[in-house]
Design a protein around this ligand. Structure first.
Ligand code: PEP
Ligand code: MG
Length: 580
């Protein structure tokens, strides 16, 4: 049994079979042959070699016809390698003597060859490694048929272990089959983490190197609450976790009952709970749990799920689905927030050394104006039919906001000329997630209809800590006194000018901060569906008067650690059953 500590980023516990995803796709788990199956399996291997060879020969002829025989010769090397008697002999030994499946034997032997080439000093020889991976892929395709799919096409339940998962890979996971995942790198505020929570997939990131030690097929426990991964757990640990899973099931049934109850404090103040979504499919759960609308729709996931840039029709279809699912409840559609860790099919800047400080978010939208206009047109068109608002992300100065509004005004004018309906009085808001925006908020207040504080970025820009880097994860915390002060300023300025303000960063979905935020004056929490029940439970257990005292005290503390310890204590008094 191996117990690995990491960073808990998406709650829940899962027990399942490890599926290792590495650079070359899904790693083949070590499987053993049934007694007496050896000869049939060797015959299957030979068929796969013959079929793969025929496929390469066919490619050679096709390319030779089109480009000349020199090019066709590249494939000869592949044919030779596939039919190398030493390779065949090594595979046979593993199958006969160790009883490994042909799939595992092929994967093991060829990856070992590839690693040898990769380690060579010569670039030319190192490149041969990709030829070997190609042969491996080809043989596996013939051994496994179409079963060897990518992560998006998993057809059985598994726990995914990988060095890294991008937000778009995560967005393409099917929660029905991916029970949980764990990665070597990644930090607490990464979008991979946020998507996992949105999809309800338990996840632990930032574990450091461990994937090379796992062959796949082992039993694994992912504890997304404690931030722990256990490989090949012993019986006692398995039994303990099975009972934790049962307890969680009954606790979530209890929490679900809160769905219909209002989010009102004990002294009668109604608090708005809104949902955060990446996909329209998340709306029903938000509503079931009592969200009064959607406070953050991260529309960029439309870009991250497909291979091509969505056109206006696709944008419109997605937004219409959202508006229809919500009826007359409001939805804040945030315009594309691509760049940094949310990469898409857009051309990547060549020299982006600090992606989070570079061409991301509204800056990228203002560079690719056609893309931006296409999206704005689609949002505007849906605004004729639903309760839709627009929000611009990562605004860092007034001119940027004005430029974004100008593009919006142009889009409106075009629609007007084309006779297409839209809501001319659509509310326009901005994210407050860069310290400069907080400092200048009294000026921004004149130019927008509402604000939403994005603590995920506000924390990273205030504290100069990369939200997706495990090595500085300990510094990345919303509890830092500097962050608390910036939130207080934002809430105070908005209140003084009677401007609606919500908080849609992960902080608003963490129960440890609920009393503090209420005490600082927050009245609209925008959170993932997963977080709604607990946040509502805390709201219903506290009075604003008490929360104000808590906030005052917290603001006087010197360090994030002190703030957390204090808030944990206060929370345990009002909601002792919430584990944080
Ligand atoms: C934030 O920064 O807090 C936020 C909500 O935006 P995102 O996490 O998508 O960057
Ligand atoms: Mg942000």
């Amino acid at each position: 049994m191996q117990r690995l500590p990491g960073i808990a980023v998406s709650p829940g516990v899962a027990i399942g079979e490890a599926l290792v995803l590495d650079h070359e796709g899904i790693r083949i788990p070590r499987r053993f042959l049934a007694r007496g199956a050896t000869e049939a399996e060797l015959a299957r291997l030979d068929r796969a070699i013959a079929d793969a060879t025929a496929e390469v020969e066919h490619n050679r002829e096709r390319i030779a016809e089109q480009l000349g025989s020199d090019y066709g010769a590249i494939f000869s090397a592949h044919v030779q390698m596939l039919n190398d008697p030493r390779l065949r002999q090594e595979l046979e030994e593993l199958i006969r003597e160790r009883h490994y499946s042909p799939e595992y034997s092929v994967s093991r032997v060829l990856r070992r060859y590839a690693k040898v080439f990769q380690a060579l000093e010569s670039d030319h020889l190192a490149e041969r490694a990709s030829d070997i991976f190609d042969i491996e892929r080809r043989l596996l395709k013939h051994l496994l048929g179409e079963r060897r799919g990518e992560i998006a096409h998993l057809d059985r339940q598994a726990i995914v272990l990988s060095r890294e998962l991008t937000p778009s890979e995560t967005a393409n996971m099917n929660p029905e089959f991916v029970q949980a995942f764990a990665t070597e790198i990644g930090g607490p505020g990464s979008h991979t983490a946020i998507v996992a929570e949105g999809l309800g997939i338990p996840a632990v990131v930032g574990l450091g190197p461990f994937v090379s030690e796992v062959s796949g097929g082992e039993t694994v426990i992912i504890d997304g609450d404690a931030g722990v991964v256990i490989i090949q757990p012993d019986e006692e640990t398995l039994a303990r976790y099975r009972s934790i899973i049962e307890d969680q099931k009954s606790a979530s049934v209890e929490l679900a009952k809160l769905g219909d109850l209002p989010a009102v404090t004990t002294d009668g103040v109604t608090i708005q709970i809104l949902g955060n979504i990446e996909f329209p499919s998340e709306i029903p759960l938000c509503l079931e749990r009592g969200a009064v609308g959607i406070g953050l729709y991260r529309t960029e996931f439309l870009y991250l799920k497909g291979d091509t840039e969505p056109n206006e029709v696709e944008h419109y279809a997605a937004y219409k689905e959202v508006a229809e699912a919500l009826g007359d409840k409001p939805v804040v559609m945030r315009t594309v927030d691509l760049g940094a860790d949310k990469l898409s099919m857009l051309p990547q800047p060549e020299d982006e050394r600090n992606p989070f400080l570079g061409l991301r978010s509204i800056r990228l939208a203002l560079k690719y104006l056609d893309m931006f206009r296409t999206q704005l047109r689609a949002i505007l068109r849906v605004s004729a039919e639903g309760n839709v608002r627009i929000m611009f992300p990562l605004i860092s100065n007034l001119i940027e906001l004005r430029r974004a509004k100008m593009v919006l005004a142009d889009a409106m004018e075009d629609l007007q000329e084309e006779g297409i309906a839209f809501n001319r009085n659509i509310q326009v808001g901005m994210m407050v997630e860069v310290p400069s925006a907080v400092i200048m908020l009294d000026q921004f207040v004149q130019e927008v209809d509402f604000f939403s504080i994005g603590t995920n970025d506000l924390v990273q820009y205030t504290l100069a800590v990369d939200r997706s880097n495990k090595d500085v994860a300990a510094l990345y915390t919303s509890a830092d006194p500097a962050v608390l002060r910036l939130i207080k300023i934002s809430l105070d300025v908005a209140k003084a000018h009677d401007k609606p303000i919500s908080l849609c960063g992960q902080m608003s979905g963490a129960p440890i901060y609920t009393m503090l935020l209420l005490g600082l004056g927050l009245r609209a929490f925008s959170v993932t569906a997963a977080a709604i029940p607990e946040i509502k439970q805390v709201i219903r257990a506290v009075s604003i008067a008490h929360c104000e005292q808590v906030a005052q005290r917290a603001l006087k503390l010197e360090s994030a650690r002190d703030v957390k310890t204090y808030l944990r204590e206060e929370l345990s008094r009002v909601a002792p059953d919430i584990v944080i």
